[in-house]
Design a protein around this ligand. Structure first.
Ligand code: GLC
Ligand code: CA
Length: 527
């Protein structure tokens, strides 16, 4: 038997940017609720909502001031309950973002912790004396640039923050803090959430001795500052697995819930996060497609490697974009974005689709004076800004794209009057139509939702693979180039085109040589 989180498709909602219901230019929970029917129409099974907890928004909600509340900008616990109820009625699961690595400086735990060295909450955070001779305790760097240590004058120690100084790291070696966090998880599980995406899961425990990180000799001033050093001692420590197992146990107290981990590690290290006896994360996010060069040989090799290192019984998953990385269409261009969604939705394992990728939203130019992302502000000129991936969902061609009645907090795309749900949902050649066809096809064919994956061929231009489950067998052929290609069909059974990335050719019989147009992907089924 398969679980919903294995055969379903996840959809990430960045709540500030999905739907504004009250005209303040910022998306909210009532807005998400108003758009659930769209997600049902599209063929989504579960939504993951980025943080909605009370927050001073230094990092747009990833600085949590209270783990058991809702920020007024997003709504209230009542609007949250209503959202869960309606989602469940429509057979949609709801996954929350849980941010256990750090809190906001405004969290009452931190306020107590920084009050005095003897406060019971002092040890809930990471406080250290200056290094011998003064200065920060070690050379660790914040992911947003600068030292990861901030001096606290009144108590005469530094506190550690892997991100902003406004996001002090919690000390997961402290048992009381752990218990409090487990209670926060239960708070939402009891309210009916179907699981969690755990923020920076590989960061949770740091080296007990706080050793210096080794420098990366290849670093240049054009790289983000964090890359000056390898994160050898600040992340991915062996003790983290016990912490994750603890969270998993809490999740296991409830039926049918899922634990997902945000983990940026190479696949060989990533798979350890499934945990001993698979009692870690159900789905350690596989982000390899975000950085692998976009060419058939690389993608083919990646899929083979990932399939090969997965522990027995571990369930795979794939991600194309998220709120921290360039959108897929920005990275590979609008034509290859179609090939990319066909890949995402036909590989083995749970796909996570990022809102707006179904419209093929590409790069959005953010003028310097409207930059919102704190990282972009701290390290300007490197092109690392995350705002271009967080712009409002585009629902129709009206003044603010149906997202809001007001100027949105980030701009729309220049082409939003054509690139929106209303226009594209009636255009059979749109990427939106393609995504919907793939999602519905996936639901109807067990070969796609849980069949085996087998490479058929990969050359410099084309990747071809087969999925099969029992009698159900389909073939996917993807052209990664802007040239026409031919592929020799080597199957005993006759096949025909089920879906083309271009929205046509449906039912076309396939002869011994399959012709692919530029940037075309084809899903073939038995004729
Ligand atoms: C994760 C989030 C990112 C955030 C960071 C700090 O990487 O996805 O948006 O800035 O954690 O919480
Ligand atoms: Ca709003």
């Amino acid at each position: 038997m398969y679980h919903w989180w294995q055969i379903g498709t996840l959809y990430q909602v960045y709540p500030r940017s999905f739907q504004d219901s009250n005209g303040d230019g910022i998306g909210d929970l009532d807005g998400i609720r108003q758009r659930l029917d769209y997600l049902v129409w599209l063929g989504i099974d579960a939504i993951w909502i980025s943080p909605i907890y009370p927050s001073p928004m230094h990092d747009f909600g990833y600085d949590v001031a209270d783990y058991c509340g809702i920020d007024p900008v997003f709504g209230s616990l009542e609007s949250f309950d209503r959202l869960i109820d309606e989602a469940h009625t429509k057979k949609l699961k709801v996954i929350l973002d849980f941010v256990p690595n750090h809190t906001s400086i405004a969290h009452h735990w931190f306020i107590a912790s920084r009050r005095s060295r003897t406060d019971p909450k002092r040890d809930w955070y990471i406080w250290r004396d200056p290094a011998q001779g003064g200065g920060p305790p070690n050379n660790w760097i914040s992911n947003f640039g600068g030292s990861a240590w901030t001096w606290d004058k009144s108590t005469g120690q530094y506190y550690y923050h892997a991100y902003l100084a406004e996001q002090p790291d919690l000390n997961w070696r402290n048992r009381d803090m752990r218990a409090a966090m487990h209670e926060a998880l239960r708070f939402w599980l009891r309210r009916g959430v179907d699981g969690f995406r755990v923020d920076v899961m590989w960061h949770l425990i740091k080296d007990a001795a706080f050793r210096d990180n080794p420098p990366d000799p290849t670093w240049t001033v054009h790289d983000p500052e964090i890359d000056r050093v390898f994160q050898t001692y600040s992340t991915d420590q062996p003790e983290v697995h016990e912490v994750i197992a603890g969270m998993r146990q809490v999740v296991e107290e409830f039926e049918n819930r899922v634990l997902i981990g945000e983990i940026y590690l190479p696949v060989e290290k990533l798979v350890a996060y499934y945990g001993k006896n698979l009692m870690g994360a159900h789905l350690p996010f596989n982000f390899q497609l975000l950085s692998t060069p976009w060419a058939a040989p690389h993608i083919g090799a990646l899929v083979e490697r990932y399939e090969a290192v997965l522990p027995a019984g571990a369930w795979p998953n794939w991600v194309l974009s998220n709120h921290d990385r360039p959108r897929i269409a920005a990275r590979v261009g609008p034509e290859q974005a179609r090939v990319a969604v066909m890949l995402l939705l036909t590989l083995r394992g749970t796909p996570t689709l990022y809102y707006g990728d179904e419209l093929g939203i590409g790069h959005v130019e953010i003028a310097p004076d409207v930059i919102r992302d704190p990282w972009a502000k701290r390290e300007p000129g490197l092109g690392i800004g995350r705002d271009p991936s967080r712009t409002p969902m585009q629902w129709d061609g009206s003044a603010f794209a149906g997202f809001s009645m007001h100027d949105p907090w980030l701009p729309l795309t220049f082409d939003y009057q054509a690139r929106n749900v209303a226009a594209m949902s009636i255009d059979e050649t749109s990427i939106l139509f393609l995504v919907r066809s793939l999602l519905h096809y996936r639901r109807q064919h067990t070969s796609l939702s849980h069949g085996e994956w087998r490479l058929l061929s990969r050359n410099s231009s084309i990747l071809a693979y087969q999925r099969h489950h029992g009698d159900n067998r389909i073939i996917v052929v993807l052209n990664y180039t802007a040239d026409q290609q031919a592929w020799f069909v080597n199957t005993a059974t006759k096949v025909r085109v089920a879906i083309s990335t271009h929205g046509d050719r449906r039912g076309e019989p396939v002869l011994s040589t399959l012709r692919l147009r530029a940037n075309e992907g084809l899903l073939l089924e038995p004729a």
